[in-house]
Write a protein that binds this ligand. Structure first.
Ligand code: SF4
Length: 314
């Protein structure tokens, strides 16, 4: 399998680039995700010229302007950071996702403290300068903080989005056609349905009316709504509902006892007694034994490599 290009805060790979010369090595990134992702490590502060070690910096609200300033002393690194961001962002359009280090005035994705010029906290709803520019420039790109990947649901959701976004980007690179768009939608129908019944219905209608606008425009609107829907956490009830829908296509394949077992395990999953992998394995076994054409190649059955073990924990 070709690895998927994903950006990452360099300190998470163990690079000693933090203000104090330290790092924030993430074993999950280097030992697990690195088997599937080709990481592009970036350290905005180092690469903007702040050096290692460097003074501690934070985000300061000065009137309308947000400045990246030294906590002690009067150094202001806003222009240097903005220049680096401007020079760098264009080169990141090939990335299929980004993993950021939390709590950083450069890389933090959320809950970053914003100070007033007297050093008092104004609020805690800020975003790091680089993270903010990255997410504005690439609104469809899955972005997550490394610390949040400890939550099995957020981790599963992020990785699912990286894989599906990668597939979309490869389609785009090959030149998107109406047939390719329909095939993409068909493959991800059940995933979409699990994330958002509403988006599933609306995007289904869009795909059914491909002649209403140029294909490029429809594709742009489609993937924007699709990625937004995929960012929504799937509730247990939605997974259960989708698995029951899939069972309908396997009606003739399942023996009565298998059907009973599958229904029991879907209900056990709904009651949080077993993880998703349990009913999903039964579904996949039935599909593998005697494939139903409609379920062939469904992304929902295999959204990422099994070895990641993500469905054992949700
Ligand atoms: S959080 Fe970002 S800016 Fe800070 S050391 Fe890590 S990569 Fe560099």
């Amino acid at each position: 399998m070709q690895k998927i290009p994903v950006g990452i805060s360099a300190c998470l790979l163990g690079e000693e680039v933090r203000y104090d010369g330290g790092h924030k090595h993430s074993p999950y990134c280097t030992k697990v995700l690195s088997n599937y992702f080709e990481f592009l490590p970036l350290c905005p502060e180092l690469q903007a010229g702040l050096g290692v070690p460097r003074p501690t910096i934070h985000l300061e609200q000065q009137g309308e302007a947000l400045r990246l300033v030294e906590v002690k002393g009067d150094g202001d690194h806003t222009e240097a950071m903005n220049d680096w961001i401007t020079a760098t962002l264009d080169g990141l359009s090939h990335l299929r996702g980004y993993i950021l280090m939390a709590k950083s005035p450069s890389c933090g994705m959320e809950r970053i403290r914003i100070y007033d010029p007297q050093g008092q906290v104004l609020h805690r709803d800020g975003r790091g300068m680089f993270a903010s520019a990255l997410m504005q420039r690439f609104p469809l790109m899955p972005v997550e903080e490394e610390g949040r990947l400890n939550d099995s649901h957020l981790r599963e959701n992020f990785i699912e989005r990286v894989f599906v976004y990668d597939e979309w980007m490869r389609l785009e690179a090959e030149g998107l056609t109406a047939a390719a768009l329909v095939a993409f939608h068909t493959r991800h129908k059940f995933q979409l349905k699990a994330h958002s019944e509403n988006a599933y219905r609306q995007l289904g209608q869009k795909i059914a009316n491909l002649k209403t606008a140029p294909i490029g425009l429809i594709a742009e609107q489609y993937i924007s709504a699709f990625m937004q829907a995929m960012a929504r956490q799937i509730r247990r009830g939605s997974h259960a509902h989708v698995m029951q829908s899939m069972m309908g296509y396997l009606r003739d394949v399942l023996e009565p006892v298998e059907k009973q077992m599958l229904l029991e395990q879907i209900e056990a999953y709904r009651r949080e007694e077993v993880p998703l992998i349990v009913p999903m394995t039964l579904l996949r076994m039935a599909q593998r034994r005697q494939p139903a054409a409609y379920l062939e190649n469904q992304g929902y059955l295999s959204p990422y490599p099994d070895a990641l073990g993500l469905r054992n924990r949700v």
